[in-house]
Design a binder for this molecule. Structure first.
Ligand code: NAD
Length: 506
């Protein structure tokens, strides 16, 4: 069960902070309770949020269960009727205020990300700018929700198309972008006139709650943005309610393909609208004609951001025979020169910890599987001495398409290189997986660029570019990487219904 807290004194009532974290984390934005109906809600159970770099406990956070979940859905349903009728200009202004507050608090928000996710502060700051950008973008898009007038063959009729908000939206997010994966959905949903209940990842609830504090300060009305933290143990029961309750019209999920499939099954009974941003396995192809130095720079950016823990990170490199040896040599030199493993709060660190030990075990398994089948370790290859959640940035050559790392998502700092002969062979290996989120290739042959961009089975292609995410462009995948697109002018459509009005008797 839960109880409402006065808005002040939240920390003194329910936080237990370790002394190391207390010196780094901004207490003004730290919240440990759920945010429901505009109030901070305490739960009888709590769960620990850990610093992945040191293993120390940052905070005990409310472990919400089914009753809090129903309360949050009630708040979101109650707020929906009023929110959808708020003029779009006003919704836009509120989102803009929320954006401004994120920018004003960017350093503090970034510290929270580094503490709970581990990514280096410079990268965390980059995430906050990116995350805030979705609120800014959708504050602008809120005012550009257009309908249509259609000409029909009958004289006495007119046909109109209205765009209306879908309704209460359940949002479930992962830990790898604790802030951006929330704003990319919530910005679009609120702009469209939907209200939301967000269940953040158990590893990184503090960013979601800090965003709630800023939403509150921005004047987002009570019940429009609700946050329900819960432990991994309670995620299935909370998730089931969020995805089956009749009051929920839409589910927007980012996370693994395995969890996405569970939620899709839940959604079926009440035929909810769904957006699914799921796992990836990005190929990075380097053709003989490529500028090798640019390819190496792109490889570093695409592979090692967030220690390899992004859904668009390169999973396997495919390098053509003629350029293979020089690419591997140059990449290994650059990895040794540019990448530094350590605590994300330390200056100069580019590679923070992985999110937990299970993630380290997965990378280790992928390396061991490849090496046992003949792969060569060019760089790294083992756990780092920095701490138990750290793994050395690793480069493997002589990898084959049969090895686990060439078939499954590694989600860590492992760069396996497969040598290939022909364009057809590279495309066959790249397209052999059942997911298709991002893909990258380097070539200076214009005809090849068109061919390969069209034939790669992915939702996003980087041509001579290793970083491709931006607020203005559509993000999403094909195959088992998901359904729908986020960001861009297309993102808001995920939260809008098209209603046709036939106006007769004229
Ligand atoms: P995950 O699927 O384990 O967890 C994601 C979220 O789902 C968390 O909030 C978790 O608590 C929740 N969850 C887990 N089981 C649930 C259940 N039974 N019912 C309801 N909720 C449940 O994924 P993860 O390990 O946190 O994230 C990494 C994955 O996310 C990778 O596969 C990555 O590729 C993917 N990802 C995709 C995108 C994209 O835009 N396509 C972006 C980021 C991450």
């Amino acid at each position: 069960m839960f109880s409402r807290l006065p808005f002040s004194g939240i920390l003194s009532l329910s936080c237990r902070m370790s002394s190391t974290s207390a010196s780094v984390l901004p207490t003004s934005l730290l919240r440990s309770t759920a945010y429901v109906g505009g109030s901070w809600i305490r739960s009888s159970d709590t769960f620990p949020v850990l610093d992945p770099a040191t293993g120390t406990e940052l905070l005990q956070v409310a472990d919400c269960g089914p009753s809090e979940c129903r309360e949050a859905l009630k708040a979101a349903s109650g707020a929906f009727q009023a929110w959808k009728e708020v003029p779009s200009k006003e919704r836009s202004n509120l989102l803009r205020k929320w954006y401004d507050l994120m920018i004003q608090n960017k350093e503090d928000l970034a510290k929270i990300i580094t503490a709970e996710n581990g990514k280096p502060t410079k990268e965390a700051l980059g995430e906050i700018i990116y995350a805030a950008g979705f609120l800014e973008w959708f504050s602008e898009e809120a005012r550009r929700i257009y309908g249509d007038v259609i000409s029909v063959p009958l004289k006495d009729r007119r046909a109109l198309v209205l765009k209306q908000p879908v309704g209460v939206t359940a949002i479930i997010t992962p830990w790898n972008f604790p802030s951006a994966m929330i704003t990319r959905k919530v910005g679009a949903a609120l702009a469209a006139g939907c209200t939301v209940v967000v269940k953040p990842a158990e590893d990184t609830p503090l960013s979601a709650l800090a965003l709630a504090e800023l939403a509150h300060q921005a004047g987002i009305p009570a019940g429009v943005y609700n946050v329900l933290p819960c432990s991994r143990q309670k995620a299935p029961s909370v998730g089931e309610i969020l995805c089956t309750d009749p009051s929920v019209a839409k589910i927007s999920f980012t996370g693994s393909t395995a969890t996405g499939k569970i939620l899709l099954r839940y959604a079926a009974d009440t035929v909810k609208r769904v957006s699914m941003e799921l796992g990836g396995h990005a190929p990075f192809i380097v053709f003989d004609s490529a500028d090798v130095d640019k390819a190496v720079a792109g490889a570093l950016a695409s592979k090692f951001r967030n220690s390899g823990q992004t859904c668009v990170c390169t999973n396997k490199f495919l390098v053509q025979k003629g350029i293979h040896d020089v690419f591997v040599k140059k990449l290994s030199v650059m990895m040794k020169k540019e990448l530094r493993v350590g605590n994300g709060f330390e200056d100069g660190v580019t590679q923070g910890p992985l999110i937990n030990e299970k993630a380290v075990e997965k990378v280790e398994h992928h390396v061991q599987d490849a090496v046992s089948q003949g792969a060569n370790i060019e760089v790294g290859g083992k756990r780092s001495g920095v701490g138990k959640n750290f793994f050395e940035p690793t480069l493997l050559s002589n990898v084959t398409a049969k090895m686990v790392c060439a078939r499954e998502e590694t989600f860590g700092p492992l760069a396996p290189v497969i040598k290939f002969d022909t364009e057809e062979e590279a495309l066959a290996i790249a397209n052999s997986v059942n997911v298709g989120l991002a893909g990258y290739f380097y070539s200076q042959d214009p005809a090849q660029i068109w061919r390969v961009a069209e034939r790669l089975e992915v939702g996003m292609v980087g041509v001579n570019e290793g970083l491709l995410s931006s607020v203005e462009c559509p993000f999403g995948g094909v195959k088992q990487s998901g359904l729908g697109r986020e960001g861009s002018k297309y993102g808001i459509d995920e939260y809008l219904e098209v209603k046709y009005v036939c106006y007769g008797g004229l």
